[in-house]
Write a protein that binds this ligand. Structure first.
Ligand SMILES: Cc1cc2nc3c(=O)[nH]c(=O)nc-3n(C[C@H](O)[C@H](O)[C@H](O)COP(=O)(O)OP(=O)(O)OC[C@H]3O[C@@H](n4cnc5c(N)ncnc54)[C@H](O)[C@@H]3O)c2cc1C
Length: 168
């Protein structure tokens, strides 16, 4: 069994902030994701959505300007638009993995499952964490976790596992 100060489930925006801050405070951190590293926003949400939307916005703008000095048909080339989107999203998992490594954060691939209040199993390994952060820590980092990470002695503290509050 490997022991860490913090075990983070997820590699999205919340996980990146929580893991980096706690690691910067000199604590040992493990991070786990069952999907390619990067999280929803960068890989499946905000950023790719904006790239796809920008194609639709161009079409919309051209339609609205038709007969006001803009002529001709514009259309979405879906295959090319998706390929354009992938130029942004494809490099992210590897970049994220390298960034964790550079920060000294141990990265694990696979689905995490709690096997004890302070331990998760991933890919046959058990990781014990004194503090566990689940994806809901986006909200939590606004409060106790970010505060806690700045303090030299921030443990023991209250922790959140998903939406359930538990005692460390
Ligand atoms: C289509 C779409 C468009 C969006 N657009 C915007 C936008 O424009 N602006 C904006 O602010 N927000 C947007 N969002 C919302 C934004 O993506 C989320 O708020 C944000 O990604 C949440 O970040 P997070 O770190 O909390 O979780 P996530 O980024 O979702 O990360 C959670 C990670 O945890 C992993 N995970 C979960 N359970 C386990 C487990 N048991 N074991 C291992 N790994 C696990 C998942 O694989 C995932 O990678 C959008 C979302 C979607 C779906």
């Amino acid at each position: 069994m490997d022991a860490f100060d913090l075990v983070v489930i997820g590699t999205g925006t919340a996980a990146q902030v929580a893991s980096a801050r706690v690691r910067k405070a000199g604590r040992s951190v493990a991070i786990i994701d069952r999907l390619p590293f990067g999280g929803t926003c960068a890989l499946r949400g905000c950023d790719p959505k904006k790239m796809l939307l920008s194609g639709a916005e161009v079409i919309d703008a051209a339609h609205r300007m038709r007969s006001h000095g803009v002529n001709g048909e514009v259309q979405i080339d879906w295959k090319n638009l998706v390929a354009f989107r992938r130029t942004f999203t494809d490099p992210i998992p590897e970049k994220r993995e390298r960034s964790f490594e550079e920060q000294g954060i141990r990265a694990f691939h696979g689905a995490a499952r709690f096997v004890a209040p302070d331990a998760v199993q991933v890919d046959g390994q058990v990781l014990r964490g004194r503090l566990a952060a689940y994806r809901f820590c986006a909200w939590e980092t606004e409060g106790k976790l970010s505060q806690a990470a700045r303090l030299p002695l921030w443990l023991p503290t209250k922790i959140f596992l998903g939406e359930r509050r538990m005692k460390a």
